[in-house]
Write a protein that binds this ligand. Structure first.
Ligand code: FCB
Length: 469
């Protein structure tokens, strides 16, 4: 089996605005739901916030030079909505757009292809105050913002992603409350999921209206590779229910133009879904140029056994479930190696998802918009940072991508999460996902050995060996 990737394959890293930019009060930016949430005591580990983050808003030129030195050919970043349209409605702030314009031009000058994500979780607080994602109007506000950003940057960016992981926005933001805005209302979470889908549909229409024909648009989902603990019919049903909420609630309308009937049945005691208007599902069903897949680890579920709750779904502790109508499903830690997030190292889930969406989205290119791992990296006495565990994780997952391509998956690129250590949401700065180490006191960047390894792959298109365990 060849370990080389197709010519033109995109090799990038990914980041998100709130996780790296800092400068939360500069140049007209207003608070997003993540500013508010992170400042609320008890919501983020250690009381960390994105106020300074890794100061990318001021260090972007150096960060791009670092990417260029590593030989990376693509970069996925997100635009901070409240930096560009502070109230979430009406005219844009040019200073906000200028930042992303300059960033893009610098990337292009270094031969790095920009890939822009419009929404990576930082809703303008004003829109949350007006109802947030459970309110239908937020979808229309998103489409307006999408059109504005496309109008401003469409001449220089040709890869556009509407939303990042709408499952997290809806179910962690409004269900379990471990993400901003921290609400814990199962019906609000289902409404949010629908309005995020609608935002994707309306946003895609707005993008296509403003972008040149060569531009490609898509969405980045975090589909779950859900597995049953046993072969019992009860566990199979637990798998079906989580698959409906995690996956088909999004891919149903996006890829097929219809919500799955079993999702309606499973949640019938909570809502009749009358918030889905006639025509919404076809609005959501827009042609995709690519489907972004964010993958970290598979999910193992069972029907809940009697006794203490073994819930462990990897998304942070909460007394509230992120699974409306499936609150009784139990989540299990698969045996084997774990990352610092306590997520298992198991690339077979990625293989399954790539082949699943090859079948379910024929003709749509797949892009791995995120994949990576957190480890407790520390500089050695000589200042270098060795992270062989991360190299092994990346190697295993990329060898799997290669196998999926051989089996017929049309995968066009891979974005390592993340370029550098950053604000890991409710875990604050305690989890390091970067290929580049950041000293949060001095903001000094040090490429880890995984960055050098990944750079070699990006330059040659051939998977380098990983160090032995
Ligand atoms: C994903 C997020 C990304 C990062 C990784 C670890 O769910 O999209 O921002 O936090 O997880």
């Amino acid at each position: 089996m060849t370990e080389s990737f197709p010519p033109g394959f995109l090799w990038g890293t990914a980041t998100a605005a709130y996780q790296i930019e800092g400068a939360v009060r500069e140049d007209g930016r207003t608070p997003s739901i993540w500013d508010t949430f992170a400042r609320t005591p008890g919501k983020v580990l250690g009381g960390d916030t994105g106020e300074i983050a890794v100061d990318h808003y001021h260090r972007w030129r150096d960060d791009i030079r670092m990417m260029a030195d590593l030989g990376l050919t693509a970069y996925r970043f997100s635009v901070s909505w409240p930096r560009v349209q502070p109230t979430g409605r009406g005219p844009v702030v040019q200073r906000g757009l200028d930042f992303y314009r300059a960033l893009t031009d610098e990337l292009l000058a270094h031969g790095i292809r920009p890939s822009l994500t419009l929404y990576h979780w930082d809703l303008p607080q004003e829109l949350e105050d007006a109802g947030g994602w459970p309110a239908r109007d937020t979808a229309y506000r998103f489409a307006e913002y999408a059109g504005q950003v496309a109008g401003a940057l469409g001449d220089r960016i040709d890869l556009w992603t509407t939303l990042n992981e709408p499952w997290c926005s809806a179910f962690l933001g409004y269900g379990s409350g471990v993400h901003a805005p921290g609400r814990t209302d199962p019906v609000a979470a289902l409404r949010a999921a629908h309005h995020l889908n609608l935002a994707h549909g309306l946003g895609t229409q707005a993008l296509r209206a403003a972008l040149p024909a060569r531009a490609q648009t898509g969405i980045a989902l975090n589909p779950s590779a859900v597995r049953p603990l046993t072969l019992s019919p009860q566990d199979a049903d637990a798998q079906r229910r989580i698959d409906a909420l995690a996956n088909r609630a999004f891919t149903g309308p996006i890829l097929k133009g219809a919500y799955p009937q079993d999702l309606f049945a499973d949640t019938a005691r909570l809502t009749d879904w009358s918030f889905v208007d006639a025509g919404d599902e076809s609005t959501i069903h827009q042609r995709l140029d690519f489907l972004g897949i964010n993958y970290y680890a598979p999910t193992v579920v069972s029907a809940a056994p009697p006794g203490p709750d073994p819930r462990r779904d990897g998304h942070g502790a909460s007394a509230h479930s992120p699974w409306p109508g499936a609150e009784d499903v139990a989540f299990h830690q698969p045996p084997g190696e774990l990352t610092a997030m306590e997520w298992s190292v198991d690339p077979t889930g990625l293989y399954d998802l790539l082949l699943r969406y090859t079948r379910e989205a024929p003709g749509v290119a797949l892009m791995i918009t995120e994949n990576g791992a957190a480890y407790d990296d520390k500089p050695g006495t000589d200042g270098t940072v060795h992270d062989p565990d991360r190299i092994r994780y990346l190697h295993a997952h990329l060898a799997t991508v290669r196998r999926a391509i051989d089996a017929g998956a049309d995968v066009s690129g891979y974005f390592l999460w993340s370029l550098m250590d950053n604000f890991e949401w409710s875990y604050g700065y305690s989890k390091r996902f970067g290929a580049v180490y950041v000293d949060y006191e001095t903001q000094q960047r040090t490429p880890k050995s995984s960055a050098e390894w990944y750079a070699r792959l990006a330059r040659t298109g051939v998977l380098p060996e990983a160090p032995a365990a």
